[in-house]
Design a binder for this molecule. Sequence first.
Ligand code: PMP
Length: 407
Amino acid sequence: KTVLENEAIRAQFPILKREVNGHKLVYLDNAASSQKPKAVLDAIVNYYSFDHSNVHRGVHFLSQLATEKYEAAREKMRGFINAKSTKEVLFTKGTTEGINLVSYGLSRSFLKPGDEILISEMEHHSNIVPWQIAAADAGAKLVVVNVLEDGSLCMDDFRKKLSDKTKLVSIVHVSNALGTINPVKEITQLAHEQGALVLIDGAQAAPHQKVDVQDIDCDFYVISGHKMYGPTGSGILYGKEAILNEMPPYQAGGEMIKNVSFEETTYNELPFKFEAGTPNVEAAIGLSAAVDFMEEIGFEKLTRIEQELVAYAHERLSEVEGIRFIGTAPEKASVVSFIVEGTHPTDIGTIIDKLGIAVRTGHHCTQPLMDKFGLPGTVRASFAVYNTLEEIDLLTDAVKRAVKMLK
Ligand code: PMP
């Protein structure tokens, strides 16, 4: 066993000290939502204790202070994804809202009857359903790229289905159900050669690896803050400035306008055109603190720790009789998904919860993918930078116990 050297990191998470069902909590449901370090909790409490007011409105001291903090958080997020300008960084409440903002905008301005929207079999429901609605609204067609048996994207099928009819490609960067890392730079380049726009769902990538939107060259990139040590209700939509300028607003109201009369309204400049109403200031500030936390560790160390956890989990769980891993693509992030012959994933999850172990069971909001593999769902253990090898030992022992009980 190697040493992960993450004790000091782990110590920053108050919730990891609690007990569940009389056992020490073993939290392995990080792909659903990660826990929060004290620095993020403190940032939120400090904001409300000392700095809170509405933003972008008042001339008074606190309004200006809150605005400064909110806009500093935007600049932090710009740096985090390496966007060119803060005009390209919109605060959202998460990945779902980011995708809906784009699908709504494109269906009203850009998609025409006969156009095709290309997604894949491994998409989360939030990268399927908005496009079904957009396709129905615009008379466009949804086309789906196949996934191979090992859980990687079939690039031959992608090339085959991509054509000059394709107006948008919307693909997940890292699969939440399988852990597969998709070649998003290559996907973007191929799509651009056909003149299509590209959205990348980065919900499961941003917590685990350095994201550089200029390097990928995608047109949109979406993130959820709560999966990367930040608060729920926080997130980012990156969009290229020229495209966001052309796209109609998503929601309408205060903040997103320049001038309003009953006859005519002009919209505010970017990024405010897409941030109607009082924003979730506390979420932006908490997310900014989460980025500080991650950048202090550094992606090199963070990725190394998580890759060791994934490798060790595969090694230890292989001892479980009848286990089958779902998703064994060579490029994999922090997810280990499995089933055990003769058992139901939910039963395993329920039994090991009694031992304090939190995993996710079910279809992971990827029902079409589970249907493809002919499964009701899987058991999914997903790791964050604070997990330990000992926790994987506890998981393995607990799964062995559950399987014994169930068989
Ligand atoms: N896409 C992927 C790949 C996800 O894992 C998730 C969250 N499970 C989402 C989208 C949706 O994110 P949120 O619920 O934070 O909007």
